[in-house]
Design a protein around this ligand. Structure first.
Ligand SMILES: Nc1ncnc2c1ncn2[C@@H]1O[C@H](COP(=O)(O)OP(=O)(O)O)[C@@H](O)[C@H]1O
Ligand SMILES: [Mg+2]
Length: 240
């Protein structure tokens, strides 16, 4: 599979102070990369850097083989305010097409069809006219996934998509994401759950305080001392 993005010795930080150093990893077409690390280790900052929303302090993030930071479907880490957003499901999913609209102030036929396709793909067609804020947490995340897919079907960046959901809704979302990945969509996902990451991902990036602790395949991770210490320890359910 061809490489899409190469991250080489990247340091990230704010106002000259590094939060994560020595980040080096590669993402190829069809990969499913899980990013693990305790709270404050720089996972969300890394996601923003991959999106081109945040500059690196040193090192480089290189997009190759026609991949681009503009062709990413992004699902941000959720806040309570966002969960209370007063718009219909269809409006939210369609807004994923906004980048394609340019200055045109309405959606064309193709964009509406694309929205319908993504509603169907995530099994939320019957929710299209409902108000987003009245949905369950799991339904809301499916809406945001459909929205991200309206932007692109090449790559998804998901920042803690299952956090706050009950175990059943978490499992359902993991299964949906796995299905999208099986269709060839590259997935980069921030997660707290080592077991689920090792189960679904192809690759693991584990960030510690200030530096990268591991990058490799999930098989390599499961055999490493670090991976085993998290998988076997009681606290292994939750890295954060
Ligand atoms: N806009 C910001 N300005 C200054 N510091 C920030 C900003 N955003 C995050 N940080 C700090 O950077 C560190 C990493 O944050 P973040 O990437 O959100 O971590 P994670 O997603 O792994 O929990 C934290 O110490 C956080 O307080
Ligand atoms: Mg975060």
């Amino acid at each position: 599979m061809s490489e899409q993005m190469i991250c080489r010795d990247v340091t990230l930080g704010y106002e000259g102070i590094a939060v994560a150093e020595g980040l080096s990893f590669t993402v190829s077409e069809g990969d499913y990369l899980c990013i693990l690390g305790e709270n404050g280790s720089g996972k969300s900052t890394l996601i923003k850097a991959l999106l081109g929303l945040k500059d690196v302090m040193s090192g480089e993030i290189k997009w190759v083989n026609g991949a681009s930071s503009r062709e990413i479907g992004y699902l941000p880490q959720q806040t309570p305010v966002q969960r209370d957003f007063p718009a219909s499901v269809r409006e939210i999913v369609q807004s994923g097409c906004l980048a394609k609209c340019g200055l045109r102030p309405f959606y064309n036929k193709a964009e509406k069809a694309r929205c319908d396709k993504m509603l169907d793909r995530l099994g939320i067609t019957e929710l299209a006219d409902r108000c987003y804020r009245e949905l369950s947490g799991g339904q809301q995340q499916r809406v945001l996934l459909a929205r991200a897919l309206c932007a692109t079907e090449k790559m998804l960046l998901l920042d803690e998509p299952v956090t706050g959901l009950d175990p059943k809704a978490q499992l359902e979302l993991y299964e949906r994401i796995a299905k999208l990945n099986a269709k060839g969509i590259t997935v980069i996902m921030v997660s707290h759950d080592v077991h689920m990451s090792v189960r679904y991902a192809t690759h693991i990036l584990h960030i510690g305080s200030h530096k990268q602790l591991f990058f490799g395949t999930k098989e390599e991770y499961a055999e490493s001392r670090l991976g085993q210490s998290f998988i076997l320890s009681e606290g292994g359910e939750n890295v954060g």
